[in-house]
Ligand binder design. Structure first.
Ligand code: BTN
Length: 268
C-alpha cells in the first residue's frame, strides 16, 4: 500500500521532532479553521507547554491586527503553546524568536538571506514570506503564549498575493528558491531554533542576544518608514530598537518617537 503524502509528512516530522526537548505533543490536521484559534482553546493544564498544532491548510487563518491569512496547502501553518516561566517583560521577545528561527531555517536550507521587518515579518527581496502572530494570555495564574507561524513555503505566490498585507507584497519560498522545499525538514528546523532561543532566554533572562541577532538580520535601520500605531500614523527614519524591543524612530520634525509593540499582541 502506498503511504499518503499526509502520513509521510506526519511520520517524518514526528521522527525529526523526537529530539526536541520542547515539543511534547503534536496535533496534525489536514484542514483546520486556524491553528491559532485551536491552540488558544486548549485547556491550560500541565501538558500545554510544548504542544504543537499543524494544519496542512487553514480555512480561516488569522493574521495580525484582525487581518486574515490565506493558508492553502503547501505552506507551513503552525502554532506552538508556551507556558514560560520568565518575566512578563520578556514575553514579547518570543515574536523576535519566531522570526529569527524562520529566517535562520530558510538560510540553512536554501542559502537565501531573509530580512526581518519590525515587529515580526520575514521578507525575501522586500516581499513578505512569513508572519508571526503572538497571542499572550496573562489572565490565568500561569502566563501562556501561543506563537503562530505562517510561512508561505511551497505555494504559488499568485495564490496569496491579493489581500494578505497592505504593507508589503507577499511571496513564497517556492517562488524565491525556484523549487519546493522539504516541509517536514523546515518545520523541524524552525522548532529547534525556537527551542534554542527560548531555552537561552529562560536560562539567562538575557534579551540582548535575541535583539542583536534580530538587528543583524534586519535592514530597516537608517531607512524611512511610516508606522501605523493604532489610529495614528508617523513617518520618519528608523533609528534603532531599544532594550525592550520597541522601535526608535526619528520623526520628520526631528523628535524621537518610541513605537511600542502592542497592536500586534492580543491580551485576552
Ligand atoms: C501576520 O499577520 O503577519 C501573522 C500571520 C500568522 C499566520 C499564522 S498561520 C498559523 C497560525 N494560525 C493562524 O490562524 N495564524 C497563524
Amino acid at each position: 500500500m502506498e503511504l499518503s503524502d499526509e502520513s509521510v509528512f506526519k511520520t517524518r516530522l514526528t521522527k525529526l521532532l523526537s529530539t526536541s526537548k520542547l515539543v511534547k505533543s503534536i496535533y496534525f490536521f489536514e484542514n483546520l479553521d486556524s491553528t491559532q484559534d485551536y491552540a488558544n482553546l486548549l485547556p491550560h493544564n500541565d501538558s500545554l507547554h510544548g504542544t504543537l498544532i499543524i494544519a496542512r491548510s487553514q480555512k480561516m487563518g488569522k493574521g495580525r491586527i484582525g487581518r486574515s491569512w490565506i493558508s492553502p496547502r503547501g505552506g507551513l501553518w503552525m502554532s506552538i503553546a508556551l507556558v514560560p516561566d520568565f518575566s512578563i517583560d520578556n514575553l514579547l521577545f518570543t515574536q523576535f524568536i519566531g522570526a529569527l528561527a524562520v529566517a535562520e531555517a530558510i538560510k540553512e536550507m536554501t542559502k537565501i538571506n531573509c530580512r526581518l521587518k519590525w515587529p515580526n515579518d520575514v521578507l525575501i527581496n522586500g516581499k513578505k514570506v512569513c508572519g508571526i502572530l503572538v497571542d499572550v494570555n496573562l489572565e490565568s495564574e500561569k502566563k501562556r503564549i501561543i506563537m503562530g507561524i505562517g510561512l508561505n513555503a511551497n505555494i504559488e505566490s499568485s495564490l496569496i498575493n491579493n489581500s494578505i498585507n497592505v504593507d508589503s507584497k507577499a511571496t513564497s519560498l517556492k517562488e524565491e528558491y525556484g523549487n519546493d522545499i522539504d516541509l517536514a525538514y523546515i518545520t523541524n528546523s524552525v522548532v529547534h531554533k525556537i527551542e534554542y532561543y527560548y531555552d537561552n532566554l529562560l536560562r539567562t533572562g538575557k534579551t540582548m542576544e535575541i535583539l542583536d541577532r534580530w538587528k543583524q538580520e534586519s535592514d530597516m535601520f537608517g531607512k524611512r518608514a511610516i508606522i501605523y500605531d493604532g489610529t495614528q500614523k508617523f513617518s520618519g527614519e528608523v533609528v534603532d530598537l531599544d532594550n525592550n524591543g520597541s522601535l526608535i524612530m526619528r520623526l520628520d520634525d526631528s523628535s524621537i518617537k518610541i513605537i511600542i509593540y502592542y497592536s500586534n499582541v492580543s491580551f485576552f
